[in-house]
Write a protein that binds this ligand. Structure first.
Ligand SMILES: Cc1cc2nc3c(=O)[nH]c(=O)nc-3n(C[C@H](O)[C@H](O)[C@H](O)COP(=O)(O)O)c2cc1C
Length: 347
């Protein structure tokens, strides 16, 4: 199975299945000397962890990250960092009835078509449990970016089109979904401030292209917007262009319709990202589907599921954004001969 590795210098490989004994990640290419321990990753893991409330699945794992390598006396050594997250709350028998079934909205049919064999328990490799490993690995990138003054603000903006700030309406919506055995779509916004200008590579590795790949690789993501996103198709050039302005030798844009990226390269403005999630595919409402042998059946899915995805996925969006941006900073260190000369003259 290819496709489990992401990044160029700061390279992350995730591994593990939903109901295996553990999942994890290996981070290769992290510079030596970054302060890191298990507790520094905890705040990120807590944001993804289900809390048993209305907004998340009842599968509650401790999600403690064990760092097995690459850190010595609280500092990264430059060696591969191996991150292990044990799974303790699997209910595999919930999935017995689904072994031969293609769940609508899930990866089952595609996995069967491609591999002919799959671990059906909890969705196996396609499970959102895999995102715990991304958050642990992305957490390292976010810690490194934080040391450089890069700040993230990531929040759920809407559930089923209702602004997330309208608590009572959201509560009532979730209650009605639960009663109906249904789920709903949702949105996350991530704004990055303090990211320097000049990062990203033209053509295939444009910063927005890499962010798109990173964010579309999160399960259930169906749209990603940078800056004003799809609204730009309704705008005139005179409104969409962000005028430049110089003040005391500092060049800035007056507006930020572009979302901080022009020509695939950051321009120093806030990077504005909006991510749209489809409704959770596992619902208890009966749906038409087929078995692997081609029998038509009606299916109602039991088990524990998130009724809506954005609340737990917000930190996954932040982690994937962090991976792209920190990797971009590292890649940029070879962009000019003067940078190479400066670095080696200082040694
Ligand atoms: C944080 C997060 C939590 C999710 N929780 C669930 C869940 O509880 N039940 C479910 O059916 N899908 C859940 N999903 C979505 C599925 O993993 C995803 O829709 C499925 O694997 C099919 O992939 P695709 O939607 O990318 O095509 C979650 C996704 C994320 C990012």
């Amino acid at each position: 199975m290819a496709g489990s590795t992401f990044g160029t210098i700061f390279k992350v490989t995730t591994w593990g299945e939903s109901h295996g004994p553990a999942i994890g990640a290996v981070v290769d290419g992290c510079p030596a000397g970054l302060p890191l321990d298990e507790s520094s990753l905890k705040p990120y893991m807590e944001r993804r962890r289900p809390n048993g409330g209305k907004l998340s699945t009842k599968r509650v794992e401790p999600d403690n990250v064990e760092i097995l390598s690459g850190v010595y006396e609280g500092l990264t050594t430059g060696a591969p960092i191996s991150l292990l997250i044990r799974s303790t709350d699997q209910h595999s028998s919930d999935y017995d009835a689904l072994k031969e079934v293609c769940r609508p909205g899930h990866a089952d049919f595609g996995f069967d078509a491609k591999f002919g064999i799959r671990d059906h328990r909890g969705g196996g490799r396609s499970s959102a449990r895999e995102t715990a490993a991304r958050v642990a690995a992305g957490g390292i990138a976010l810690i490194a970016l934080g040391r450089l003054g890069v700040r993230f603000r990531t929040e759920v903006t809407a559930i089923g089109g209702v602004p997330f700030s309208r608590t009572e309406e959201i509560d009532a919506l979730l209650d009605s979904l639960k009663a109906a055995g249904d789920s709903i779509g949702s949105e996350v916004e991530c704004t990055v401030s303090g990211f320097p200008a000049g990062i990203g590579d033209p053509v295939f590795d444009k910063l927005d292209a890499l962010l798109g790949q990173a964010l579309f690789s999160i399960g259930a993501v169906k749209a990603v917007e940078i800056g004003d996103g799809r609204k730009v198709s309704l705008m005139r050039g005179s409104k969409n262009n962000d005028p430049f302005h110089a003040e005391c030798g500092r060049i800035e844009t007056v507006s930020n319709h572009a979302g901080g990226i022009l020509g695939g390269i950051s321009n120093g403005s806030d990077i504005r990202i909006h991510v749209y999630f489809k409704p959770t595919p596992s619902i208890s409402l009966p749906q038409d589907t087929v078995t692997r042998s081609g029998e038509n059946i009606r299916l109602g899915i039991r088990g524990r599921h998130d009724p809506v995805i954005a609340p737990r996925a917000a930190v996954v969006v932040e982690a994937m954004t962090g991976l792209v941006l920190f990797d971009g900073l590292l890649r940029n260190m070879t962009s000019r001969m003067s940078l190479v000369e400066k670095f080696y003259r200082l040694q």
